[in-house]
Ligand binder design. Structure first.
Ligand code: KG4
Ligand code: ZN
Length: 352
């Protein structure tokens, strides 16, 4: 690849994002319009509201990305767009927008799997430091609000699914337990911040190991957290129907919950890396913005001789640059979509 510019559109969930990426590695622009503040009011995403917000923000997002990139349409090789998985209405806004751009400017259209985007974010060069490129074979842990899985890659664009969640995604567990603890939406970053202030670190929640599989389960942990929180609230001073827990206790419980999730994710990923003879470990998806997970996996992977490659937090949560990174590989491999491209809300990345 050389000098190939991809304009990438991402709108699968609650961020409207447009990026311009060169050779799948260098970010010329990456504008993210987040709906997080809007969805905080309802404590979660209402799909119709999300789709309407994408419609509202997609043109200003393109304008800003275009200004930042400082390129012309003549420079652009192709337009890429997330085709799935995600919310159907949200995906359709990005897909129709990308189709229009491709048609009007006479550019090919490249369809991208959102999960492949999270993976290929690891190949993006950072603003501040040149990230080492992942080496094959590798194992990748993708942990987001909708997905949690481990894959082995022996080459580009080829995946073997090692394990996945049998119930909730890791991010979903963070968000649900955040709500139980009375923290704002989304719970992931809030739990991380709150847990960092815990004075006592002796709360231990269960870990679901599921034998020696590489599958994950977080629903038992969520139930244990719910029981503990409800029990402790009931013991509180009788000042109301359901008095909130004191802030220092919320911090301790958040710490215990985060430890349980991180322990399982790190232990299974390192075991998979060893079994696969991995030379790199890749971490991606919104939950990869979690500092404790990043640090613990980095330490373990370094000790095992297969260093961790993880994008900076802003490239772990949904963004267009990661779609541009994956699109560059897909483009090279000949992937093209017609103007009949449709949303694929349940598109998988890999099968066992
Ligand atoms: O990848 P993403 O932006 O969207 C999906 O494709 O789902 O992931 C969003 C998820 C949310 O569940 C959010 O709570 C979680 O990532 N998340 C975090 C952190 N930042 C975002 N979870 C734990 N710690 C964080 N710092
Ligand atoms: Zn995502």
């Amino acid at each position: 690849m050389s000098g190939e510019l991809i304009l990438a559109v991402e709108s699968s969930c609650d961020e409207t994002s447009i990026a311009v990426v060169e050779d799948g590695r260098h970010i010329l622009a990456n504008v993210v319009a987040s709906q997080v503040a809007m969805h905080a009011a309802t404590g979660g995403i209402v799909p119709e509201v999300a789709a309407r917000a994408h419609l509202r923000w997609i043109v200003p997002t393109l304008d800003e990305a275009w200004d930042n990139a400082g390129v012309t349409w003549d420079d652009v090789t192709a337009v890429a767009v997330t085709e799935g998985p995600g919310l159907a209405g949200s995906l359709l806004v990005g897909i129709n927008f990308a189709k229009t751009l491709a048609y009007v400017h006479g550019k090919p259209l490249v369809p991208v799997n959102h999960l492949e985007g999270h993976l290929y974010a690891a190949w993006l060069a950072d603003d501040t430091r040149e990230l080492a490129e992942p080496l094959f074979p590798l194992v990748a842990l993708i942990v987001s609000g909708g997905h949690t899985f481990l894959v082995e890659m022996r080459d580009h664009l080829t995946y073997r699914l090692l394990g996945e969640t049998v119930d909730d995604a890791a991010g979903e567990a963070f968000d649900k337990v955040g709500r139980l603890l009375g923290l704002p939406y989304p719970g992931g970053p809030e739990i991380m911040k709150t847990a960092a202030g815990a004075v006592r670190n002796d709360v231990v929640f269960p870990r679901a190991w599921l034998g020696d599989t590489f599958d994950f389960s977080f629903s038992g942990l969520k139930t244990a957290a719910r029981r503990t929180i409800a029990g402790e609230r009931a013991e509180g001073p009788p000042t109301g129907e359901s008095p909130p827990l004191p802030a220092d206790r919320v911090a301790e419980l958040a710490y215990g919950f985060q430890e349980s999730v991180v322990d399982v994710l790190v232990t299974k990923t390192l075991r998979a890396a060893k079994q696969a003879g991995a030379r790199s470990v890749v971490l991606g998806g919104g939950v990869a913005a979690n500092r404790v997970l990043r640090d613990r996996l980095a330490d373990g992977a370094r000790a095992a001789g297969c260093p961790l490659v993880v994008p900076r937090p802003g490239l772990c949560t949904d963004n267009g640059a990661m779609i541009g990174a994956a699109a560059a590989r897909r483009w090279e491999a000949g992937a093209r979509a017609g103007l009949d491209l449709d949303a694929k809300p349940s598109l998988p990345l890999a099968r066992r």
